[in-house]
Design a protein around this ligand. Structure first.
Ligand code: PGA
Length: 260
């Protein structure tokens, strides 16, 4: 089964809504000018909450083929949860995707595996496709190896759902995020393969083969091809380098570098 590569830009807490318009517009133009084929390689951006309405309006008006997502959602649908954002609101804004369990959420907002699981359930309830982020810290890498923690996190995030709709997994070693350090393409592919195996055990082989698994952590246009050359890696989740339209579109054009 062929899986459409997925190139995701996580803007994190960068760019206000006016700056977001400029970057989204530039990215759209840059990819249009190089004749990017979105059916062969999907591109999605994940701006901050306060930018979403503005970027969505622009995307609508200009008929963007770039897909949109949010960086988080509440596990609850509505009510007394000050500061939280419901999946229902994101769906109303035509968001297609939502990041869940990014290591910065796990670390700074104490999101446990249970919370991540409940957020995945909320994404399914609201027809959002969760991009479930998993990855080990340096300490965990040293004590447990690369795959143990991501596998545990994947299993926890997918446990106990009545029905499981489409989801994406992003394997991001915490020690590689924003540090310039990267997992080798071989190591990243090996962990992605184990994650696929675990999905197969949990949800069946067909689902495992259909699920896109991304690598993330200091991905740039200069190193992206190494990851995507492996059939196990179906895309990348990009932080810092997604804030530069030329660099990010270079990442989306990875096929040029690997000659497919
Ligand atoms: P980075 O971030 O590309 O800046 O390392 C990746 C991420 O956190 O998703």
């Amino acid at each position: 089964m062929s899986r459409v590569p997925f190139i995701a830009g996580n803007w994190k807490m960068n760019l206000d809504h006016q700056q977001a318009i400029a970057l989204a517009q530039k990215l759209h133009w840059t990819l249009r000018d190089v004749g990017h084929n979105y059916e062969e390689c999907e591109v999605a951006i994940f701006p901050p909450f306060t930018d979403l309405r503005t970027v969505q309006t622009l995307a609508d008006a200009e008929k963007f083929e770039i897909q949109l997502g949010a960086q988080d959602l509440s596990q609850h649908d509505s009510g007394a949860y000050t500061g939280d954002v419901s999946g229902a609101f994101l769906k109303k804004l035509d968001m297609k995707y939502v990041l869940i369990g990014h290591s910065e959420r796990r670390q700074y907002h104490h999101e446990s595996d249970q919370i991540v699981r409940d957020k995945v359930a909320a994404a399914f309830r609201h027809n959002l496709i969760p991009v479930i982020c998993v990855g080990e810290t340096l300490e965990e890498l040293e004590t447990e190896g690369a795959a143990a923690v991501p596998l545990r996190q994947v299993k926890a995030a997918l446990a106990g759902h009545e029905t499981v709709a489409e989801f994406i997994i992003a394997y991001e070693p915490v020690w590689a995020i924003g540090t310039g350090k990267v997992a080798s393409p071989e190591d990243a592919a090996a962990v992605c393969a184990k994650i696929r195996e675990a999905i197969g055990e949990l949800l069946g082989e067909e689902r495992a083969q259909a699920t896109r698994i991304l690598y993330g952590g200091s991905v740039k246009s200069a190193n992206v091809a190494g990851y995507l050359r492996s059939p196990e890696v179906d895309g990348v989740l990009v932080g810092g380098a997604s804030l530069d339209a030329t660099e990010f579109s270079g990442i989306a054009r990875f096929q040029k570098h690997i000659g497919v």
